[in-house]
Design a protein around this ligand. Structure first.
Ligand code: NI
Length: 191
């Protein structure tokens, strides 16, 4: 896998400093003089509109672990892996702040448990407009798979999901939350 070395443009290894366009900048000085950041960013935007480039200094051992991890996950570049880590952190902040998100709940359950199917359906009816769509597949003689797509505030979606997952006969349940789409930007063309 061909990846650009993150530290190539840096003049020397300074693990505690953030580098912007190859210039070491301490986070304290960034906070004190926020003008530096915008000045460097605006310089870069002249070359690539909308894209800022930063250098990240980190220990060699940590970098090797990171490279192994992202290679296993199939990332082609470190940049995309970093972007996803940042997005993940931002998403958990959105969920904590209870802003609108979308979610998919996947459950596998035993439909022979008396009235389980009806109870699961009732929960979805009570959730009203939070439920956008639901798909039901008969997996085998005993088991059903349902994927329920929801939209709403993180805590509300979690409560709906918890109500279903906790029922006797639901053998597997997983809720995946995602950004509702606001403020998302397509960056797949970036490296
Ligand atoms: Ni079924």
């Amino acid at each position: 896998m061909a990846m650009r070395r993150a530290g190539e443009t840096e003049r020397q290894a300074e693990p505690n400093l953030l580098h912007i366009n190859g210039e070491p900048v301490s986070s304290r000085s960034l906070r004190k003089q926020s003008g530096i950041r915008s000045e460097l960013q605006s310089k870069w935007r002249i070359a690539m509109p909308g894209l800022s480039r930063i250098g990240v200094s980190l220990e060699e051992a940590l970098l090797q672990q990171f490279d192994r991890l992202i290679a296993e996950r199939g990332y082609q570049t470190r940049s995309e892996a970093f972007r996803d880590l940042i997005r993940e952190k931002l998403l958990s902040k959105i969920v904590k702040s209870n802003k609108p998100v979308v979610g998919t709940l996947t459950i596998v359950y035993d439909h022979h448990i008396p009235s389980l199917s009806e109870k699961l359906t009732e929960i979805q009816h009570n959730a009203g407009l939070m439920i956008l769509a639901a798909t039901h597949i008969h997996l085998d003689h005993n088991h059903c798979l349902e994927v329920i797509i929801m939209k709403g505030r993180g805590k509300d979606l979690q409560a709906v999901a918890d109500g279903m997952i906790a029922m006797r006969g639901v053998e597997l349940g997983k809720l995946v939350l995602a950004n509702s789409g606001d403020n998302l930007k397509h960056t797949s063309h970036l490296n």
